[in-house]
Design a protein around this ligand. Structure first.
Ligand code: ATP
Length: 370
């Protein structure tokens, strides 16, 4: 269930069959997508897939070759960037170094010729929202990177845009600060009710902050869903592989009852059993996508015979809270299995070269066509 699957609400943004060409190169390919008010929408995908181009078209910095983009029901084609209720925050923040934090936030409001009192009230609100009251008089070089990021955010929100575009907003911060700032960003988005569209290379970041994630490839959106659905129910091997770690076991499908299939995956091996709402015909090629943490690993043969495969441990990566095992299955495919290290490791634990059993439930993976 997604709170955004609301057929009664008018989308704030509508991409309708949008194509963007640079010369003969197609950067965005007949893309149709709605984004709702108050969403925190993330665009994810490999370099060059068209994320920045989508943002630039929304902001009005880039024209649309075919199709339309609507904002609050209005076609944006003839609306210049400064007349759209859209703001864009860049990774570089682009703060004015000679202006104080206060003046940086006030800048756009002054240009709009608001009264002094109205400006002061709004800047004070923004300073409060981003917890920068104490730093109002300082210059950008007199505050930390995280604080500069918050100034940029305060400035972007000062004019109360309907839509804020964030291009790698936390890219300049180190990992720990970045993780803390993700929660601040979510709080601020919720408090202001502004629609946020974020581009990030960090898939964990997208999964953390976004209400919905769009996974893109070559100018197209392959899947749009909540982070949970993207992870648990990817619609393709591409999406499964793009988000997090996954094992793909390929084979041919054979009916095994309602919404259940056997997958022949290796000669002389019992077929894998998998549930699937997606239908497959007899003998159809299919791919089981299964996350490492859904696979258990034991030295002893498991009681449950279903989807139990014998293998050999090739490598173990100890990550503190987790351990990842690389297990070679009959036929040579290497499977990753991950366990939570909830108790102290002991000498009796699985080690290198150990013969082991791996096992998973029929419902643990997703059966995919391509
Ligand atoms: P990254 O993650 O590296 O920023 P991206 O997904 O944001 O990539 P875009 O910047 O949207 O990708 O670019 C999409 C494609 O369009 C790329 O192949 C890029 O080379 C091309 N492109 C972008 N802008 C132009 C331009 N002005 N002229 C020609 N080609 C362009």
């Amino acid at each position: 269930f997604s709170p955004w699957d609301n057929p009664h609400e008018e989308p704030l943004i509508r991409f309708k069959n949008v194509t963007k060409r640079f010369g003969s190169f197609v950067a965005i390919d007949n893309l149709t997508q709605d984004i709702y008010a108050r969403e925190f929408f993330a665009l994810l995908g490999p370099s060059g897939c068209g994320k920045t181009t989508m943002m630039r078209m929304l902001a009005g910095f880039e024209s649309v070759s075919e199709g339309t983009i609507e904002l609050a029901g209005q076609d944006m084609a003839s609306v210049p960037p400064n007349q759209r209720a859209v703001n864009m925050m860049f990774q570089s923040y682009a703060l004015f170094p000679h202006l104080s934090v206060y003046e940086n936030i006030a800048f756009g409001l002054r240009r709009d010729k608001l009264s002094k009192d109205a400006i002061d009230a709004r800047v004070t609100d923004m300073l409060k929202l981003t917890r920068l009251e104490k730093f109002a008089r300082r210059k950008p070089h007199q505050i930390s990177g995280g604080q500069r990021q918050r100034v940029a955010l305060a400035r972007s929100l000062a004019k109360a845009p309907k839509l804020l575009l964030l291009d790698e907003p936390l890219g300049a911060l180190d990992k720990k600060l970045r993780q803390e700032t993700q929660f601040e960003l979510m709080d601020i988005q919720e408090t202001t009710g502004t629609t946020f569209v974020i581009v990030t290379h960090d898939q964990e970041e997208a999964m953390t902050v976004a209400s919905r994630v769009a996974v893109m490839d070559e100018g197209r959106i392959i899947q749009v869903a909540t982070p949970g659905r993207i992870y648990e129910a990817p619609n393709s091997v591409y999406v499964a592989d793009f988000i997090g770690d996954v094992n793909i076991i390929s084979g041919t499908a054979k009916a095994a009852g309602t919404d259940r299939y056997f997958v022949d995956w290796a000669p002389n091996q019992a077929p894998i059993l998998a549930t699937s709402e997606r239908p497959f015909v007899e003998g159809q090629e299919c791919h089981l996508a299964i996350r490492p943490e859904k696979i258990s690993i034991t030295k002893e043969k498991p009681d449950e015979a279903e989807n139990a495969v014998q293998g050999k441990v090739l490598d173990i990566a100890y990550l503190g809270n987790l351990s990842t095992y690389h297990v070679e299955m009959p036929g040579g495919q290497v499977i990753k299995a991950q366990t939570a290290n909830t108790r102290r490791l002991s000498r009796r634990d699985i080690t290198w070269e150990d013969p082991v059993w791996i096992r998973w439930n029929a419902t643990a993976g997703v059966l995919l066509e391509h």
